[in-house]
Write a protein that binds this ligand. Structure first.
Ligand code: ATP
Length: 263
C-alpha cells in the first residue's frame, strides 16, 4: 500500500497540476470584435481579448486609447456598437443583469460620500448586495479588512487622503468577492506605498479566484501586477501576452519599449 502510494504520487501531482491549470485558465470573460462609436468617432475598432479565472489582465495604452470605453462596456454602463461580450457564458446584450450580479466596477474618478464615515459608507454599500444579515456582516468585515484603515474608518470620508479613499473604494468593490473586478486605473495618482498596497490587495484577491480586468497607462508598474496585458492604441489592440513573452518577442527591456516597438 505504502509503495503504491509512493508510485502514484507523481501521477497524482500531474493530475492535480493539470486540473489547477485548466481551472485557472478557463476564460470567464470573452470579448470579440468589440466596437464603439461616439457619434463619428470610432473609439474601439473591433478588439478581442479574454480573461481567465483568477487572472489579472490589463489593458494598457496612452490617454484616449479606448481603455475606459472597453471597461465601461463590460461593466454594462455603455452599450457596444458591435461585437460580442460573454461572461461565464452569459451574453452581455441578452443578460446584462447576470453581469451586474457577478461583476464589480471601480471607476477611475470614483469618490466616496464625503459626509459618511468610512464604516457607514461600507455598510451603506454592503446593504445593496447582501441577501441576509449574516452576509451583510461578512461583507462589512471583509471590507474593513481590505481597507485596513483602522480607527480612521470612524471618521468622515471627506477627511481621507487620496490613497485612503482609493483603499476604501477598492474595499467596496471587492467585499462581495465578485467573479470579475473591473478596475479603471486603480493606482493612478497614488504614492509609491499606497500604489504598492493597492497592488497587493488586487493580487491577493486574484489568488483567491477573482478575475481582474484593469486599465493603466503606467506600463512599468503593470509588469509587476498583471498576468497578461493587451497593448491598446487608438481603439486597436496591438498585441497581447505576458510581460515576459512580449519583452522577448520585441527584444525589449520593459513594456514601454514593447509598446514603442509594437506601434
Ligand atoms: P484615458 O487614459 O485618458 O482615460 P482611455 O484609454 O480610457 O483614456 P477612453 O476614455 O475610452 O480612453 O476614450 C477613447 C476615445 O473616445 C477618446 O478619443 C475620447 O475622447 C473618446 N470618448 C470617450 N468618451 C466619450 C464620450 N462620452 N463622448 C465622446 N467621445 C468620447
Amino acid at each position: 500500500m505504502f509503495c503504491w502510494e509512493l508510485r502514484s504520487l507523481p501521477d497524482s501531482f500531474r493530475i492535480l497540476t493539470y486540473y489547477l491549470k485548466e481551472v485557472r485558465m478557463e476564460n470567464v470573460l470573452k470579448v470579440a470584435g468589440l466596437r464603439k462609436f461616439y457619434g463619428g468617432l470610432e473609439a474601439l475598432k473591433g478588439i478581442d481579448f479574454e480573461v481567465g479565472r483568477g487572472e489579472i489582465f490589463a489593458l494598457i495604452g496612452p490617454n484616449g486609447a479606448g481603455k475606459t470605453t472597453a471597461l465601461r462596456i463590460v461593466a454594462t454602463l455603455l452599450s457596444p456598437s458591435d461585437g460580442k461580450v460573454t461572461f461565464l457564458g452569459f451574453d452581455l446584450k441578452k443578460q446584462p443583469e447576470k453581469f451586474r450580479e457577478k461583476i464589480s466596477y471601480l471607476p477611475e474618478e470614483a469618490g466616496a460620500y464625503k459626509n459618511l464615515k468610512g464604516t457607514d459608507y461600507l455598510k451603506f454599500m454592503a446593504k445593496f448586495y447582501a441577501r441576509s444579515e449574516k452576509e451583510l456582516g461578512e461583507f462589512i468585515e471583509r471590507a474593513k479588512d481590505i481597507a485596513d484603515l483602522g480607527t480612521r474608518l470612524n471618521e468622515k470620508a471627506g477627511t481621507y487622503s487620496k490613497g485612503m479613499t482609493r483603499k476604501l473604494l477598492l474595499a467596496r468593490a471587492l467585499m462581495t468577492k465578485p467573479d470579475l473586478a473591473i478596475l479603471d486605473e486603480p493606482t493612478s495618482g497614488l504614492d509609491v506605498i499606497n500604489a504598492l498596497e493597492v497592488r497587493e490587495i488586487v493580487k491577493r484577491f486574484a489568488r483567491e479566484g477573482i478575475s481582474v480586468l484593469l486599465s493603466s497607462h503606467n506600463m512599468l508598474e503593470i509588469e509587476f501586477l498583471s498576468d497578461r496585458v493587451a497593448l491598446i492604441d487608438k481603439g486597436l489592440i496591438l498585441d497581447t501576452g505576458t510581460s515576459e513573452g512580449l519583452k522577448e518577442k520585441y527584444k525589449a527591456r520593459n513594456l514601454e519599449e514593447v509598446f514603442r516597438s509594437a506601434l
